[in-house]
Design a protein around this ligand. Structure first.
Ligand SMILES: [Zn+2]
Length: 453
């Protein structure tokens, strides 16, 4: 019986395995990518001219063309005068959420009226529609040069894990995804204005509530059942250090890192004390807390989402706003920008480990999701971060924060062949990242707008 079962299993498995291979296998022949410059974000060193040899989806050799020997039959992609960089990493995004800010009168009727109504609609309307939208946003991210993203919640029960699996199986184009599954939150956080008769069923689509240390451990395991890559916790005022410690301990037992949304200094302290791996946003961190984080090796994941007049940019072209609200938005933008600049300077001075994420979950008129995300991340330069540090925040540093420094974040032998190229010099002008001209993931060309020579 056992043998017969094995034979049947083979018959079933072999064609499936074959299909998967044909869908995702890298080109059989080695590829040599040449460009006039290759910038290493880790050191700031430039190889010029540069060549990268790729075999079986991985980087085999990097250096001046004279030192990189391509085997006979290798395919050459010559990017001319372009600058090569590692594929970009967005450490904090939401591919299954695309909130359209409602008109002023609608927003005024709801608690957190800019965000909550859009979120609610996404949850209750159709999980399938939401997943298909996620497929579009994933493709748009990849086309803009994001070869890896960490998706930190707002995906329904298994939206981001399923999207990840579909991309990995070659069904859809998209970045590598580290998926968090459902966001773990305290009671009284998010959408607390929901009708109690309906709230639980709606909330369960999006969140797992933390109601005590033992239950918090169980909540981690619920996400583990869906094969998540990371645990995301959003700290409200009612989550205790003991509860978060239980989450961190349980997650670490499963070899999962814990990313904690913490904005105010009281919440940041809970995250530090509980041993969070990264603190997301962290805007109100104190200098003493930055010191504690540096000593513990806790990452700060900067999200400059609202820097640079973001709300004005996403609302102005499309929605109904009175001149009074428009003016108050503009002055709020200016105040926010000033605070963010001070924050970035303190972070840089502290020596804390940092990476960056777009936290993009908003519909940005006139931009794809990838374009909206790069536009947000390059804002760090305007907030006073040197270009090389901005690049590190979305390549080498991000890879380390994700725990994937052995496979992504740098153009080095052994790593996945994830590359981007821009026409100009990204150190002189970081907005070059908004005009990525070449994208390769896994050794496969996603886009190439540069003329082949
Ligand atoms: Zn977020």
């Amino acid at each position: 019986m056992r043998n017969r079962f094995a034979v049947v299993a083979c018959i079933l498995v072999v064609p499936l395995a074959f299909l998967r291979l044909t869908a995702q296998s890298p080109p059989a022949s080695p590829t040599l990518v040449k460009a006039s410059r290759l910038l290493d974000p880790r050191t700031g060193n430039v190889i010029s001219p540069a060549a990268v040899l790729i075999e079986d989806g991985r980087i085999k050799a990097v250096g001046p063309p004279a030192h990189v020997q391509a085997p006979a039959g290798a395919k050459t992609i010559d990017l001319g005068s372009a600058t090569l960089l590692p594929g970009l990493i967005d450490s904090h995004t939401h591919l299954l959420l695309d909130v359209i800010v409602p008109p002023e009168e609608e927003a005024k009727r709801h608690l957190n009226g800019d965000f909550a109504p859009g979120l609610l609609l996404t949850i209750v309307e159709s999980p399938i529609k939401r997943a298909l939208m996620g497929a579009q946003l994933a493709r748009e991210d990849l086309e803009s040069g994001f070869t890896t993203v960490r998706n930190l919640g707002h995906s329904g029960i298994d939206g981001d894990t399923s999207l990840r699996d579909a991309i990995n199986a070659g069904r859809l184009p998209g970045p590598r995804i580290l998926a968090a599954g459902r966001k773990m939150i305290g009671q009284g956080d998010y959408l607390q204005n929901l009708n109690p008769a309906l709230a639980d069923a709606i909330l369960q689509q999006e969140f797992i509530l933390i109601t005590g240390p033992d239950q918090a451990r169980h909540a981690v395991l619920q996400n583990v059942f869906y094969n998540v890559d990371v645990i995301k916790v959003s700290l409200g005022d009612d989550t205790t250090t003991e509860e978060l410690k239980a989450v961190v301990d349980q997650a670490h037992r499963q070899q999962l890192k814990v990313a904690v949304h913490a904005f105010e200094s009281s919440n940041i302290q809970v995250a530090i004390d509980a041993g969070a791996d990264s603190i997301e946003h962290g805007n109100q961190v104190t200098d003493d807390q930055l010191k504690q984080m540096r000593e513990k090796g806790t990452f700060l994941d900067l999200t400059p989402t609202f820097y640079g007049g973001f709300f004005t940019k996403i609302t102005e072209p499309s929605i109904v706003i009175s001149p009074v609200v428009r003016a108050s938005n503009a002055s709020a933008d200016a105040r926010r920008d000033k605070r963010y600049q001070e924050f970035v300077q303190r972070v840089l001075k502290s020596g804390v480990k940092f990476a960056a994420g777009s936290d993009m979950c908003w519909f940005y008129p006139g931009k794809t999701r990838g374009q909206a995300s790069t536009a947000t991340l390059v804002n760090l330069r305007d907030a006073g971060m040197p270009s090389l540090d901005v690049l590190r925040a979305i390549t080498t540093n991000a890879a380390e924060m994700l725990g994937w420094q052995d496979r992504i974040g740098a153009v080095e032998p052994g790593k996945y062949a994830d590359l981007v190229a821009v026409s100009g010099d990204p150190i002189a002008n970081i907005t070059e990242l908004e005009r990525v001209r070449f994208v390769m993931k896994d050794g496969q060309v996603v886009r190439n707008d540069l003329a082949s020579h």
